[in-house]
Design a protein around this ligand. Structure first.
Ligand SMILES: O=P(O)(O)OC[C@H]1O[C@](O)(COP(=O)(O)O)[C@@H](O)[C@@H]1O
Ligand SMILES: [Mg+2]
Ligand SMILES: [Mg+2]
Length: 341
């Protein structure tokens, strides 16, 4: 295994960009420290008081778990002191989190899902932290940070990635120049390059979806599932089905093995058709990663990175993974739309 640390990797990138100020490297360095603190707590979750619920309900209407809160507090505390941010946004906080007071501000905006896969925390199944970074529009620098700084076209992300806390702790990130994976070596406390230039297979072996929602799906979505249940995968065999219930873990597996993760829209009694996953802190960062790895991410019709967010906690349907598999989904939705005209 290479001995290249993630810090060296970042510094090499900084050297390659003449305009670099070092702010970005400091931002990632602080984020990595936050993830190490979270990872330490995750690995001894049963021994310390981070299992179970806090008794609070978050802006998503979900009961907050102690580890959600711990991870959120660690990130806000550390990143506020990094001196490179003007604002943050978290899945767990209703509004944007301003960076003000005694700590210097910077030009970056950090959006994060502090703990992804919350339903798996107490049962020792892989979970993660997802992050997405934007730069503040030049003309806005110096003004008080506001929501419109955060609600940028998803394609404007300058960096995205995740940490996965599983059998090992890994960091996978992109700055728009390929996707690179690092594994935490606990004996030295360093993330070392283990997966350089990750590329997702063109066609996968696995489909990943929570089929328990079948009855709340529309006909097009049911046809998508029927397709993957009745067609051959990249090996000429039936597709296999895997669903961990942590977006980070399901995405990571498919990035390596090839396949498609789907969280289709559900149609509710009031006729409302809605996805579950959050555009800014889940879908958009994963979409930047998958495109950089040669894959695709769509809501069934639109490219996720083409979205202009209108709300901080906006939800979207998500189909993401190997390009040939995601294209199938787009074709089936398009066919249904044509049929409805
Ligand atoms: O239980 P469901 O409806 O299948 O949802 C699982 C999905 O919800 C999530 O847990 C939502 O993320 P959080 O855990 O960060 O709220 C995803 O990680 C996962 O893909
Ligand atoms: Mg999540
Ligand atoms: Mg979460």
């Amino acid at each position: 295994m290479s001995q290249i640390t993630v810090t060296e990797h970042l510094l090499l990138r900084q050297k390659q960009s003449p305009m670099a100020t070092g702010q970005f490297t400091s931002l990632l360095t602080e984020l990595i420290l936050s993830a190490k603190i979270i990872s330490r707590e995750v690995t001894k979750a049963g021994l310390v008081d981070v299992l179970g619920f806090t008794g609070e309900t978050n802006v998503q209407g979900e009961k907050v778990r102690k580890l959600d809160e711990f991870a959120n507090n660690v990130l806000i505390h550390r990143m506020r002191r990094a001196g490179v941010l003007c604002a943050m946004a978290s899945e767990e906080n209703g509004d944007i989190i301003p960076v003000e007071g005694e700590f210097p501000q910077g030009d970056y905006i950090l959006i994060f899902d502090p703990l992804d896969g919350s339903s798996n925390i107490d049962v020792n199944v892989s979970i993660g932290t997802i992050f997405s970074i934007y730069r503040r529009p030049k003309e806005k620098r110096g003004d008080a940070p506001c929501l419109s700084d955060v609600l940028q076209k998803c394609e404007n992300q300058v960096c995205s990635g995740y940490f996965i806390y599983g059998s090992s702790t890994m960091m996978v990130y992109t700055t728009g120049d390929g996707v690179h994976g690092f594994t935490l070596d606990p004996s030295v406390g360093e993330f070392l390059l283990s997966h350089e230039n990750m590329q997702i297979p063109k066609k996968g072996k696995i489909y990943s979806v929570n089929e328990a929602y079948w009855n709340s799906w529309d006909t097009a979505t049911k046809d998508v599932l029927s397709y993957f249940k009745s067609h051959q995968n990249a090996e000429g065999k039936p597709y296999s089905s895997r669903y961990i219930g942590s977006l980070v873990a399901d995405f990571h597996r498919n990035l390596l093995y090839g396949g498609i993760f789907m969280y289709p829209p559900r149609v509710f009694e009031n006729g409302k058709r809605q996805g579950k996953l959050r555009l800014l802190c889940e879908a958009a960062p994963m979409a930047m990663l998958v495109e950089q790895a040669g894959g695709m991410a769509t809501d069934g019709t639109n490219r996720i990175l083409d979205y202009f967010p209108t709300e901080l906690h906006q939800r979207v349907p998500l189909f993401i993974g190997s390009p040939e598999d995601v294209q199938i989904v787009k074709d089936i939705y398009e066919h249904h739309e044509e049929g409805q005209k």
